[in-house]
Write a protein that binds this ligand. Structure first.
Ligand code: SF4
Ligand code: SF4
Length: 640
């Protein structure tokens, strides 16, 4: 170092002021810490591997991009202002310091002795020092923000327990001791480039200012250096046993996340002979679900987004995942159903996917809930009170309300709606769905869609044999009924000749598009709002400007929004309808909270007080979240 200081070349002297015994300590301690870390990680991997098989190794390039954007880039995390920025600062600070340590090790132990190349010198070294100092500073700010949030402002979704206190504390100590070591070194060596480490330089000047001489600074440097190394080794060794394990599990879980359509539930293969119908005990969860549970960072973002939780039902998605995580890590052996997870929690889920959308660890919360429901529905027959009737109705009458199948096409009377005929090809099958076939308000929308299709000269027809597409049964866990209904529907559809399907309702859209392929129904499916948007863009239909002067807002249905990323097309159609007064709610697109997509909606709305509470909240949202807080909706039309 002295030589380099004299020559004026900036240069990192890795073991300045460090005697041989301390160097030996750092190599022995570092090796031991890494070995303990690796052993701990292996034990966790072994725990995951006890789960049932599941294939998650396809589409590797996409998985790598996800890790880069979501784990390293923190894209989903920063979508929340305070918590997101806080976590991103801490994470990027940690990452920068980790990379800095790896570079220093590479430099000293590999490139210099083996290749005779010094990496950390000259301009690169100056930038290295500056960047590490700045990130170290951000890191401290981020840790302060984390403590402030968890222990002072205490939002309901985070636990202010000591378990989480030591995490920022240990990181703070490692970082602060790093600055003290740097300050002592710079204060003694006084290199010309000291100001490139602004924090260490300022601290070193302060040390000099209070009269610390070289002997004191050297002694302080050595003692802090040893302490810093020791606490860093403890930190590394403890990662697998601590909250910090999410440094490993979260990126891994993101890498192995579900790349199939979000709205596609796994099929129970060979259901007639399958041994496991859903998940009855913990051993039946796949390795990926076990990794899911382990990856939960207990941030509570799912809880905040969950309409069932907000409305005071028994369900809290965070609690479900955390209970399963503890169950796995503690080696619990109690029955899951009834002891660990109550049926009420499972049935309260609307499958709106808000939790999955928010989860920074990419945990498949809804798929887990449905797997647990499948056991209750298929093996125990323990459905919630209103569900059996709806399911019987689907089986018997082809709709959840048990209304006469012969009246399914009554909505079309007087419109001269074409009906599919064998041997006669049309371009589009218009799949109307139960709600638009029987519900008066929705019938009006189906009639309007037909008028639009006719006006635009679209070749289409409806199908006389149409019946419920079965999604209600599937989301309730009644996979057997779903597969029966879907197989019948696919067989009926096969008789006819058409190119694409236009669906009326978001649920039909998701199921026919994403789930029917599992049973041989492969179609190009378009939601009617998207289709109308295309007709407008192609000028097949036109509307005069200012056609509708009412103040409008759009409430995204989960099953076309969050499930299928259809956000803009319905808005474009609305903006053509009304060029002045289309407004957005504060929570819109994938952020909006609503249970409108519940598969149980049709059977629960009228009878379940908890569900009515969710619906009430949903209708309150436009009142409280709209840009115009005085606005009151004159009408709520189930537009899509
Ligand atoms: S899907 Fe919706 S209702 Fe169900 S747990 Fe997630 S946020 Fe809650
Ligand atoms: S499941 Fe996801 S969103 Fe919910 S607490 Fe765990 S990590 Fe956070």
């Amino acid at each position: 170092m002295t030589e380099q200081v004299a020559s004026g070349i900036p240069y990192r002297d890795t073991f300045w002021n460090i005697p041989m015994w301390a160097r030996v300590f750092v190599y022995v301690g570092g090796t031991a810490a890494i070995a303990v870390f690796a052993w701990g990680c292996w034990q966790r991997v072994a725990l995951w591997r006890e789960g049932t098989p599941e294939r998650r190794t396809d589409r590797i390039p996409e998985r790598i991009v996800l890790v880069l954007t979501q784990a390293l880039g923190q894209a989903r995390i920063v979508s929340q202002a305070y918590a997101g920025v806080m976590h991103a600062i801490v994470f990027w600070g940690f990452l920068a310091l980790f990379i800095g340590t790896v570079l220093a090790t590479l430099d000293y132990d590999i490139t210099v002795p083996l290749l005779h190349v010094k990496l950390l010198k000259g301009t690169f070294y100056l930038l290295y020092e500056l960047v590490l100092d700045m990130f170290g500073l951000f890191f401290v700010v981020g840790l302060g923000m984390a403590c402030w949030r968890r222990f002072v402002t205490r939002p309901a979704r985070v636990d202010p327990t000591p378990r989480f206190a030591y995490a920022p504390l240990i990181l703070f100590v490692i970082n602060a001791t790093g600055f003290v070591m740097e300050a002592c070194r710079l204060a003694v060596v006084k290199p010309a480039w000291a100001a490139w480490s602004p924090v260490g330089y300022a601290l070193g000047q302060a040390m000099r200012g209070v009269g610390m001489g070289e002997g004191v600074l050297r002694a302080l440097h050595l003692s802090v250096w040893v302490f810093h190394a020791a606490i860093a080794f403890v930190f590394i060794a403890l990662i697998p046993q601590s909250y910090f394990m999410h440094l490993v599990t979260t990126p891994l879980n993101i890498f192995f996340s579900k790349l199939r359509p979000r709205g596609e539930l796994a099929k129970i293969e060979n259901i007639e002979e399958a041994e496991n119908l859903g998940v009855s005990k913990f051993e039946e969860f796949s390795w990926k679900r076990r990794l899911d549970f382990d990856a939960c960072v207990e941030c509570g973002r799912c809880q905040d987004a969950c309409p069932a939780y907000i409305s005071g039902s028994a369900l809290n998605p965070k609690r479900i995942i955390v209970k399963l995580k503890r169950y796995m890590l503690d080696g619990d052996t109690r029955p899951i159903h009834g002891e660990v997870i109550q049926a009420d929690e499972l049935w309260a889920c609307t499958t709106c996917m808000a939790c999955v959308q928010e989860c920074p660890a990419y945990i498949d919360i809804v798929d887990t809930i449905v797997d647990l429901r499948r056991f209750l529905a298929l093996s125990e027959g323990a459905l919630p009170s209103t569900a059996p009737l709806a399911l019987q109705n689907i089986q018997r009458a082809g709709n959840p309300w048990g209304l006469a199948p012969a009246e399914r096409l009554k909505w079309a009377e007087g419109l001269d709606v074409p009906v599919l005929e064998e041997g006669k090809r049309v371009e589009y099958l218009y799949w109307v769905g139960c709600s638009a076939s029987y519900d008066r308000r929705n019938q009006n929308i189906a009639r309007s869609v037909v008028k639009i299709l006719k006006k635009a000269g679209v070749s289409f027809a409806v199908m006389a044999e149409e019946r419920c597409h079965g999604e209600v049964a599937r989301r309730l866990g009644e996979e057997y009924l779903y597969q029966t209904v879907t197989t019948e529907n696919v067989e009926n559809i096969k008789k006819y000749s058409f190119d694409k399907v236009i669906t009326h309702c978001p649920h039909c859209f998701n199921t026919i598009k994403n789930e029917y392929p599992q049973l041989g129904g492969n179609y190009e499916v378009v939601h009617h709002t998207v289709f109308i948007d295309r007709l407008l863009a192609d000028e097949k239909i036109k509307l005069p400007r200012g056609f509708d002067q009412r103040k409008l807002t759009y409430h995204d249905p989960c099953y076309i929004g969050r499930y299928n990323d259809v956000y803009e097309e319905p808005r474009r159609v609305l903006s053509v309808l009304n060029t002045n007064d289309v407004t957005e709610m504060r929570r819109n697109r994938n952020k909006r909270t609503s249970p409108s997509s519940s598969p149980r909606a049709s059977s629960r709305r009228a009878v379940d007080p908890a569900y009515r509470e969710i619906i009430t909240r949903r209708l309150e949202l436009p009142l409280h979240q709209g840009p115009d807080k005085r606005a009151r909706p004159e009408k709520a039309v189930r537009f899509p």
